[in-house]
Design a protein around this ligand. Sequence first.
Ligand SMILES: [Zn+2]
Ligand SMILES: [Zn+2]
Length: 241
Amino acid sequence: MSDPLRLGRQSSWGERAGHLKVIVPAQGGPGARIEDGRVRVCLHLHTRPRSSDASLDPVDALCMAAAAGADFLVLTEHDASWTPAALAELRAAAGPEAARTVPLGGRELCLPDAHLLVVGALPPLAPELMGPGQTRALVEALHRAGCAVVLAHPWDVRWQIPPRMAKEWGVDAVEVVGARHREPGDAGLAAMRAAGLPGVAGVDAHHPEHLGLIPACLTLVPGWVRDEAGLIRAIRRGEVA
Ligand SMILES: [Zn+2]
Ligand SMILES: [Zn+2]
């Protein structure tokens, strides 16, 4: 794998977002930690074969997330969930280089009205919940199943979803950065503030050339987050930056 420190932009969305806390890219190479007491999460990434539009090897993704200082990597696949056994195999395959980063199985649901990132085990969902006009009911079902739900790339040209709509749907947070997607700008951030919606960063990596963007797209959660349940709690409480 390429030297991660030579990849990626060394800036943060928080600097541009003003009111939102700054995300500092990790420095110092594999295993480095920034001692500010917060936990770093790579929240939005796709690998093959569980996302049919991705070519990224999950072992490379986990190693890069570790090199970037991530404590968790949420694999938000499009088409299939990671089982606990598969996640354990992935950790074993990545070896000690990636030991600091815990991979978690999530999903990105591609719906007619929006793309939703789900953290936690996806419950069985009635097909009608996946149709147009059902996003609010779907988010409720995901919450009942104990998941956290983040609206992915709402400012992307294809979507242009206003924060008040995201609030109506009941999502826990919205993706403010994606390096690979349009960002909200001042008006979008003001609308987010008005709607009381927290923002998160997500790289939405699909291919090896996206790996270098991970350090600039980490979401921060409080230091008490130790596992998937804690991460879900932090997102649902809006304790994200
Ligand atoms: Zn998407
Ligand atoms: Zn995605």
